[in-house]
Design a protein around this ligand. Structure first.
Ligand code: AMP
Ligand code: MG
Length: 591
């Protein structure tokens, strides 16, 4: 038997993101954007009115004040402009133009009087309140300037981002497509829901459940078939489907029974492995790739709960990986049990539960029926509880790992190249036929991005950097004697260096935010310079050299700022890493 993690790793190593395609906005919800998007227009596109009212010159209505009787101003209404219309009539001194929300500002007008502050007249208008220049005017480009980047590659497209894409002029965008998936239920006993049952028959719920689960995770079910228990039929159907889809899911026929035909038929194909996974439910699993295009095939067990759990644990992460979505699996939460829960020895139990959240956090109530045929209890559950293989009994109040089955929350994901980099970092577990790899920090379009480092190990790391600020003899003397007019320049520089370390990821685009465990910044006054040296420590997944360099650079800049009244020619030189330890690239120091 193999562990859940081992089987999932095999699957994830065999799938990879599809080629990006250009799709109309209406097909893009839930998909990952593969290009940087710049606005094609200014937003708003032109100065326009934020209110229904009158476009005026502010100076003409200056004295109008609702609190002052007799202060109202009456102006002739020289025209009207609605949204979508072109403002052709200018507003001259002492004139007003009637205007609707979103309509173009007429030339000459510099403010809008809302209709509520007028008598609503069409020939002339009585204006009862003044308005400063710009009141209720939405200036062109206030929201977005044409040409600015509005969405990064890697963004997951949702309704709000569709609004932005449409408003900025994009009717179609480059995305990772939805995997096309075929679902095949096997079993001579299966009858379509809606059809009457003869003795011994049951309704095929798995193919419908799988289709729904595919829709929920953003894939598309292109085929949903129900076939019997003939091995030859399984082979025929798979051979036919493999040309047309990106993944195949079968249900049933993988356990130990006499009619476990999926296993028998596909085992001989040589590319699909049938394994026993240390989990409950869902022990028998088949996975492999079929056909020239190496289409992933998931052979799931037939019991409906086992099928669903298998989909969640193995298929969904694979499909999300193909779609470039991150995280691949459900985020892991912690919950407290409301009831005790027993678990089989030596198997990871995926228990179904009803989860609720209050001020104290999540509480999980395991559903009564944990057997793999209880569909009603499955449908009540909104969470999985993951009970490790070595735990056999949990008491009420115990903490347990939980996956919520509704919603992921992640809107920005790793770009496909990150997935490759990540797989590389995890030991090259990528498809052996892997494509050539480019620069991990630069996308195809040349833009920079951060590599996903979540698969890397946490390691204690230290880095030191050094640099020099070249100074005049007068400045050196001033520093030595405490005679810098602005104060203790060396102390301020040291503090600035320490502060800067904490800001490094905000300043350097590719630097990951990491927990800094210690910083020291030392400054030494030499005959013609100040030597700055910084040492930074962490225990994290990525190096800390940039933090050390930032400390030195900012300390140096601060020193220049402090002494510039004494030395206008102070100069920073020789900023470099002088030593590092920890991490995959090993220890190093400047000789
Ligand atoms: P199998 O893995 O084919 O031996 O199926 C295990 C159990 O799941 C049996 O009780 C089947 O009747 C049931 N089952 C198999 N396929 C389906 C399906 N598509 N819908 C509902 N139940 C199924
Ligand atoms: Mg069967």
């Amino acid at each position: 038997m193999i562990s859940v993690e081992e089987h999932l790793a095999t699957i994830l190593a065999a799938v990879r993101p599809a080629e990006p395609v250009r799709l109309p906005l209406s097909d893009c919800v839930g998909l990952v954007l593969c290009e940087e998007i710049r606005s094609l227009v200014d937003l708003p596109g032109f100065d326009n009115s934020a209110m229904d009212g009158y476009a005026v010159r502010s100076a003409d209505v200056e004295g109008a004040d609702p609190a002052v009787p007799g202060s109202a101003v009456t102006l002739p209404v020289v025209g009207e402009v609605a949204a979508g219309g072109v403002a052709t009539i200018p507003v001259a001194l002492g004139q007003a133009v009637r205007i609707m929300t979103g309509a173009m500002m007429p030339e000459g007008a510099d403010a809008i009087i809302r209709v509520e502050d007028t008598d609503g007249g069409t020939e002339t208008v009585e204006i009862r309140a003044g308005a400063a220049i710009g009141t209720s005017v939405r200036p062109a480009g206030e929201d977005v300037r044409a040409g600015t980047v509005v969405l990064e590659a890697g963004s997951v497209i949702d309704a709000r981002r569709v609004a932005l894409l449409a408003a900025t002029g994009h009717g179609d965008v480059l995305v990772l497509p939805r995997p096309r998936v075929a679902v095949v239920s096997t079993g001579a006993e299966l009858v379509a829901p809606g059809q009457p049952l003869a003795p011994g028959q049951i309704h095929d719920s798995n193919s419908h459940m799988l289709e729904a689960a595919l829709t929920e995770c953003g894939a598309v079910t292109t085929h949903r078939l129900t076939i019997g228990d003939e091995g030859s039929e399984v082979i025929r159907v798979v051979e036919e489907l493999v040309e047309q889809v990106d993944a195949i899911i079968t249900s049933g026929g993988v356990s130990m029974g006499a009619y476990d035909v999926v296993k028998e038929a596909l085992r001989d194909s040589g590319t699909v492995d049938f394994v026993q996974v240390r989990m409950q439910p869902g022990k028998p699993q088949g996975f492999g790739t079929v056909g020239e295009r190496r289409v992933p095939l998931f052979a799931l067990p037939g019991n409906p709960v086992s099928s669903y759990v298998s989909f969640e644990v193995f298929v969904r992460p694979a499909l999300r990986t193909m779609m470039g979505l991150r995280p691949a699996g459900r985020p892991s939460l912690k919950a407290r049990l409301t009831h005790q829960l027993g678990s089989p020895v030596g198997r990871t139990q995926i228990a179904r539960a009803v989860a609720v959240r209050d001020e104290a956090g999540w509480h999980a109530d395991p559903v009564w029926g944990q057997a793999s045929h209880f569909v009603a209890d499955l449908s009540r559950a909104n969470a999985f509880l993951i009970v490790p293989a070595d735990v056999t009994q949990l008491a009420a109040g115990d903490e347990v790992e939980m996956w919520l089955l509704d919603g992921d929350g992640a809107r920005l994901t790793a770009w496909p190249a990150d997935l490759e980099a990540e797989a590389e970092g995890a030991g090259g577990a990528v498809d052996a036929a892997g494509s050539s790899r480019g620069l991990t920090h630069v996308r195809a379009d040349g833009s920079a991005h951060m590599v996903d480092i979540s698969a890397k190990d946490v390691t204690a790391r230290e880095a030191s950097a050094a640099g020099r600020v070249l100074l005049s003899p007068q400045a050196v003397t001033a520093l030595r004697s405490g005679g810098v007019p602005k104060g203790d320049a060396l102390a301020v520089a040291r503090i600035a260096g320490i502060q800067a370390v904490k800001r490094t990821p905000e300043l350097i685009p590719l630097a990951h935010p990491i927990a800094v465990h210690g910083v020291s910044v030392d400054v030494d006054v030499d005959v013609d310079a100040v030597e700055i040296r910084a040492t930074v420590r962490t225990a994290d997944r990525t190096g800390i050299e940039m933090e050390a360099l930032t400390a030195v650079t900012v300390a140096a800049l601060t020193l220049i700022d402090m002494v510039k009244s004494v030395d206008r020619h102070a100069r920073i030189t020789d900023v470099r890493v002088v030593a590092k330890s920890g991490g995959r690239s090993g220890d190093w120091s400047e000789s």
